[in-house]
Design a protein around this ligand. Sequence first.
Ligand code: MN
Length: 336
Amino acid sequence: MEDNIKSLIGAAQHIVVIQADNPDADSLGSALALEQILGNLGKDITMYCGVTMPEYLRHLLGWDRVVDSLPNQFDASIIVDASTYTLLERLDTAGQLSWVKSKPCIVLDHHATVERPLDFTDVQIIDGQAASTGEIIFTLANKLSWTVDAVSGGFIMSSILGDTQGLTNELTTAQTYRVMAELTDIGVNRPALEEARREYSKMPEKIYRYKAVLLARTSFTHDTQIASVRIPQSEIYEFSPLYNPAPLIQTDMLQTRDVALAIVFKTYDDGRITAALRSNSGYPVCGKLAESLGGGGHAHAAGFKVTDGRDYDTVYNACMKRAGELLDELTHEIDA
Ligand SMILES: [Mn+2]
């Protein structure tokens, strides 16, 4: 597998590194690390993502070199942190997925099970044990004797810290700590990375005051097990460009005693309703709840979108009813 990658990269001069339509610190850190590592080998690298890099990722210097259209000419591509068609819709819609398909393509990912897996690529390294795609790149670089310097190492460490939420979640393994130690040895400074990240995620005063409004508006229902809030379109337009309102309060909701599930509804003037669902460990209800309303996701993080004209009260009541049932089922399982 590594030998295939070595020969594909060796034969290519201009390589496109592709992020899926949900960029995060892992995908961007992986793209920037590959840009640095392969750039040092004399390759020309273009970083692509169909979606604009969100504000909170802009501490990763070089984010502004990511473009949203493929170059006319390239020799090979590397897709990072994704291995599904579902997350490459922008590329498909732009009519450019066929360009990717017509040339050698490498996938580096750590999502073990995905819907609609990519089936046209030449080599795939999909390691479900790796905490992040950055960790896979570090291992690959060592095997192929590609030099990881403090710059590319910093991007790799950022990708690991992003997906493991600072080495705190279950993705973190002993190997993750080993990679962190080796990155530290080559000069990567974690405190400096953390400081840069904090600086870029600071909120403006206007958002600080808006957070108080959302906290006051939060309802606690179902014996305080469910925290929820509604954000209307006027507020989305006013505040979203400065800060994403859901993460602004969802963490605090989940840090409130007895709360199992945190729901942020957004309602739009055209009737569209969306909901972001997050739950505490021990309450794996988000995916099922989202599915019951036509959405999807993971056990502890999911979402849904309603566009069929049902009004807010109807959707809210259906969501709360199903959420209550799912939480009660869990409680009963624990009792039994
Ligand atoms: Mn990842």
